[in-house]
Write a protein that binds this ligand. Structure first.
Ligand code: H53
Length: 797
């Protein structure tokens, strides 16, 4: 953007307020101020945005499209100001006219078009792609309701709709009705030979959806690059209005983009989800192919200019949809279409949990997307034919796409693309050795690792201004554009002045969080306590329950000996449970009741506090992460693909308490064993139990008095109002053999927690480790991660 002065900004800001709302600055609401600022930002980047688009067309640049059913940007105002390089200027200019930027920040609604790690990663990539100057665009759905708003009532999770989208639309988006496309679903299709002998599909009784794109600006950091996140909304096509005569018909169409499916761990079997997936994929690909067509290059070479990324299995229909467009709309023959499609497509696997790898009932698939069903059938048939006689038939049967009348979307994405990557070293190893090992036999060259990363600007400069100012003082400002500069802190680990400065920053952040907790929950938190945090989706494998067991142990120890010399602890949880995930909801109830029990027990002398923060989301994370002393990353080894909050905490100077799982291992490699606290079984120990079937949680329960005492607290009335939930948990741990090995890992976990308490007493030692973590966090920048994708997978840099 052009150089901007405060005066120019103030003038433009006031004028825009007048034009849009007919108000003076002093009368306007925070919401009006926010939208006005947002509008100005969009104006400032408009020419860069258009230039980027024109350059791609003119220079015929290869472009990557990141297809994802989830994006989780949170709020965008601060990021946009920062990336544009006008944060301070705008804050000061607004202050001059008595407008507080922080209040405008508050007025923005979180854009929560995602459930958790997957969606947040996609948004970190959206920030990093323009920052590294890569032509990489997002493609997703403009859900009217994002992830549900969580309220806690009597300790239970209540889910409310999250109406994030104002009636005037998001200030960051631009509706593009002229770029709308039609998407066909349902009906039937048959192939009929044309004059030239080529088979053409004929559709009957289809329903046509009108897909309208909304483009959301993605601003690069201080480099004049503006990319695009294209979110699709559905409208009723006027041309086909007779297809939708009743209100109910119309509503069913509107529902397609109404809400995000809040269950990312298992398919809920609804046709609507399948329609959402096809809608997003088809609309996105039709647009991509038609803009490629404008380059007037051969369709068989589309892979030279276009890369499409399948983020998790949800967009896997991109493979047959691109085949369909190339063959049916552009007359490319099967072999050429297949050759180019497989070079266009690449896939990231984000999970080893087999229930999270989507499988669709073939009947439902055929009903909703009949042409895609035909193409998938043909891809499957050719795959089987190609490998017959070359490998064991068992391998073919287990890797083919259609099995037992189910369509395996991961198999489709792997067979139909040229690259499959995991999201942390261990995760990729597990894919190769276990989960996808038979694919690895067939296609070893496709497999690669891309460890996740985080958009460091949001998780340092925006979330932690105190630490950022300190870093400026200590190592200069270059770290703001080159995060690897943080390694300069290595020279200052033991400098006690530096240590005390980091300590003060942390205490201030803890105070800020404590103020929020006081305001929202009316609980006073002692900031000299260790702030021990576990924030993430609630899932059995993430083992929030292990954390709960340790809290119960501390509670029991303190009750038995109120004089116990213990470093005060504040345990902080934030987690949403998928609405249909019963067990996870029981854990939430138990945490809340345990918190009530502990927080109001004066005999504990403030040595222990437990808080469950309602409605965990990106904005709340920005408040919590900088205030953490301890980051809980305690999943059963081998289950968490990567984790990304672990990286955010590390960058903000929390010590990680972790199993050797996901990216925790790489954090350990980065900081060294002495600067992370590792406990529990590693992946080999977990797998040994699987192989030998020798795990016996009841035996542990019966032989270990401490564990027995802790586990019995779930059913002996210790925790009030949890009769039902307590029994459910007790049964999971004892009667049903503790699927995630909490009992086996408990003793080591509790010992390492005790070690942390002791370590915290030695401020010098603690702070040296804190600084060591910050100094080595640069390697988890998503700028570097996407650079890896851009160069090694997409070939766009
Ligand atoms: O993706 C994150 C990982 C994390 C993993 C998460 C994830 C989802 O949020 C949703 C579906 C899915 O298959 C995986 O659980 O470990 O860090 C980004 O890769």
């Amino acid at each position: 953007m052009e150089q901007l002065t405060k005066e120019q900004f103030i003038k433009a800001f006031k004028a825009q307020l007048h034009t849009d709302y007919l108000v003076d600055n002093s009368e306007a609401t925070a919401e009006e101020h926010f939208r006005t600022l947002g509008k100005l930002i969009k104006q400032y980047v408009m020419s860069d945005w258009l230039r980027q688009r024109d350059e791609i067309i003119k220079e015929q640049k290869k472009t990557a499209y990141y297809f994802s059913i989830e994006f989780l940007p949170g709020k965008m105002l601060q990021t946009n100001l920062l990336n544009l390089g006008i944060y301070d200027l705008v804050a000061e200019a607004l202050a001059e006219i008595n407008v507080d930027l922080n209040i405008l920040v508050e007025a923005e609604r979180d854009m929560a078009l995602g459930n958790g790690g997957l969606g947040r990663l996609a948004s970190c990539f959206m920030d990093s792609l323009p920052t590294i100057g890569a032509p990489g665009f997002g493609n997703g759905i403009r859900y009217k309701y994002g992830l549900f708003k969580q309220r806690i009532v009597n300790g239970y999770q209540i889910e409310l709709p999250d109406a994030w989208l104002p009636s005037e639309g998001s200030v960051w988006e631009t509706k593009k009705p002229h770029s709308a496309v039609d998407v066909k679903i349902y009906g039937s299709v048959y192939l009929t030979p044309q004059e030239d002998g080529v088979l053409k599909p004929v559709y009957e009784n289809v329903k046509t959806l009108h897909a309208v794109p909304y483009d959301v600006i993605q601003i690069g950091f201080n480099n004049g690059v503006v990319n695009n996140l294209r979110l699709w909304d559905v409208e009723l096509p006027e041309k086909y209005e007779l297809d939708y005569q009743t209100l109910a018909d119309r509503r069913r169409v509107e529902d397609i983009t109404s809400f995000l499916y809040p269950d990312d761990s298992s398919r809920d079997g609804q046709a609507m989800r399948l329609i959402q997936e096809y809608f997003m994929v088809s609309a996105g690909l039709q647009t991509i192919v038609s803009s490629y067509a404008k380059m007037q290059l051969p369709m068989e070479k589309i892979h030279e200019k276009v890369a499409v990324h399948i983020n998790d299995t949800h967009p896997a229909m991109a493979v047959p949809e691109l085949m369909r467009i190339l063959m049916d709309d552009y007359g490319v023959d099967w072999d050429d279409a297949w050759a180019t499609t497989t070079q266009v497509m690449s896939y990231t696997n984000h999970t080893v949990l087999s229930e999270a790898l989507e499988k669709w009932d073939a009947g439902l698939f055929k009903e909703i997307v009949p042409r895609i069903h035909q193409i998938v059938g043909e891809i499957d048939r050719k795959f089987v034919k190609e490998w017959a006689g070359k490998v064991d038939t068992g391998i073919i049967e287990r890797t083919r796409i259609v099995q037992n009348n189910q369509i395996h979307m991961a198999n489709l994405a792997i067979i139909g693309g040229h690259s499959v990557n995991g999201v942390a070293k261990l995760h990729t190893e597990l894919l190769i050795e276990d989960v996808l090992k038979e694919f690895y036999i067939l296609f070893p060259e496709k497999f690669n690792n891309k460890t996740n990363g985080i958009a460091q600007r949001r998780w340092s400069q925006i979330a932690n201004p105190g630490m950022s100012a300190l870093l400026d003082d200590l190592i200069g400002k270059d770290w703001r554009s080159n995060i690897h500069e943080l390694s300069k802190l290595e020279e200052q680990l033991t400098n006690s002045d530096v240590q005390s400065s980091f300590y003060q920053v942390k205490q201030a952040n803890k105070q800020k969080l404590a103020d929020y907790v006081k305001k929202t929950l009316d609980i006073a938190l002692p900031v000299d306590a260790i702030f021990d945090v576990q924030v993430k989706r609630l899932h059995a494998y993430k083992r929030q329950l292990l954390n709960v067991m340790h809290i119960i142990k501390l509670y029991q120890d303190l009750k038995a000996n109120p004089e116990l010399d213990m470093t005060p602890r504040v345990f902080i949880f934030g987690a949403k449970a998928a609405p249909g995930y019963h067990f996870a909801k029981s854990v939430i109830k138990v945490i809340n009741e345990l918190a009530n029990l502990i927080n109001y027990d004066t005999s504990l002398n403030d040595k222990l506090k437990v808080v469950f923060l309602e409605n965990y989301n990106v904005s709340l994370a920005e408040l919590i992460v900088p205030a953490a002393d301890v980051s809980e990353q305690i999943s059963t080894a081998g289950k968490e693909a990567s984790g990304t909050s672990n990286m955010k905490f590390m960058m903000n100077g929390a010590l990680t308490l972790a199993t050797l799982d996901g990216a925790n291992i790489e954090i350990k490699d980065a900081v060294g064993e002495d600067n992370i606290v590792i406990f529990g079984m590693d992946k080999d120990a977990v797998y040994a139990h699987y192989d030998k079937h020798d795990y016996n949680s009841r035996a542990i329960y019966e032989s270990d008095q401490t564990i027995k005492r802790v586990v019995d607290a779930f059913i002996d009335g210790t925790i009030p109002n949890t009769h039902y939930e307590g029994h459910e948990i007790w049964d999971a741990l004892v009667s049903y053999n503790d699927e995630y090995f909490l009992l086996e890992d408990f003793t080591d976990y509790a010992e390492k927690q005790a070690y942390i308490s002791e370590l915290y007493q030695d401020k010098h030692k603690w702070q040296a480790k804190v600084i060591k973590n910050i100094a080595n966090s640069g390697r988890f920048s998503s700028d570097d991660t996407v650079e890896g994708y851009a160069k090694e997978i997409w070939g766009i840099l």
